[in-house]
Design a protein around this ligand. Structure first.
Ligand code: COA
Length: 207
């Protein structure tokens, strides 16, 4: 089975099936929300954003965020054409085992609530210190430095959690991510498929 889609290492989501290939039940005692990973940052045009771990109650915000993604952004993130975010995925994306995986969201204030503007996730490969990373920023917020900030913060946290290696699958058409990942220290690996390549970072080598 090909790796990818950030659906869990080696577990590619089968879009033709109603039964997604998710791991079994979550830990009986959930890890507490790691509030100490919350931080603030400024976008390139001076807007204040919050960067924090995703929470269960972000499900609605995540669905609203998906509506801000263009078809190209969806394709680059999921490597498939997705019209909507299946509810099982929303649950899987928001109900995180904070001991194993990392899922950080960038949010801006919106009226009396917050609005998700970007997400960066790392799914740990079973029983290992490596994981698959994926990042996406909503189209209205592109080129404001949010993707870079989210990735940097996620890499720091992964290092604290003992990850040593992260990898991601990138479309060969995705020049932006090729440039951005290189800037952050990822190394481009050989093409894994005719239209995809893999990038990898060794966190022990990070400055
Ligand atoms: C990739 C993505 C997350 C970047 O988010 P962003 O907030 O727009 O990125 P930033 O503003 O931090 O810019 C990141 C870097 O991209 C590069 N970049 C920006 N625009 C570019 C362009 N048109 N062409 C090539 N490189 C470009 C630059 O290196 C830039 O950094 P710099 O301005 O400091 O030089 C966002 O474009 C996205 O969601 N894309 C679709 C999903 C995706 O491709 N995910 C990756 C695979 S999982």
């Amino acid at each position: 089975m090909r790796r990818g889609l950030n659906s869990g290492c080696g577990k590619r989501m089968d879009l033709s099936s109603d039964l997604y290939d998710f791991p079994g039940p979550f830990e009986a005692v959930p890890a507490p929300y790691p509030y100490y990973y919350e931080s603030k940052a400024f976008t390139r045009n001076g807007k204040l954003i919050t960067i924090r771990p995703i929470k269960r109650d972000d499900a609605g915000r995540l669905l609203d965020f998906f509506d801000t993604l263009s078809r190209e952004t969806i394709f680059f993130r999921f490597l498939t054409n997705l019209r909507s975010l299946p509810l099982d995925w929303v649950r899987r994306f928001t109900e995180i085992d904070y001991r194993q995986d990392v899922a950080m969201v960038a949010l801006e204030r919106a009226d009396d609530d917050e609005r998700i503007v970007g997400v960066c996730r790392v799914m740990r490969c079973a029983d290992s210190d490596s994981g698959e990373i994926a990042v996406v920023v909503g189209d209205p917020w592109h080129d404001q430095g949010i993707g870079t900030t989210l990735l940097r913060r996620t890499l720091q946290i992964c290092r604290e959690l003992g990850f040593t290696k992260l990898w991601g699958l990138v479309s060969s058409r995705n020049e932006k991510v090729a440039r951005m990942s290189e800037k952050l220290g990822f190394v481009k690996k050989t093409e894994t498929h005719e239209d995809l390549f893999e990038v990898e970072i060794d966190l022990d080598e990070m400055p």
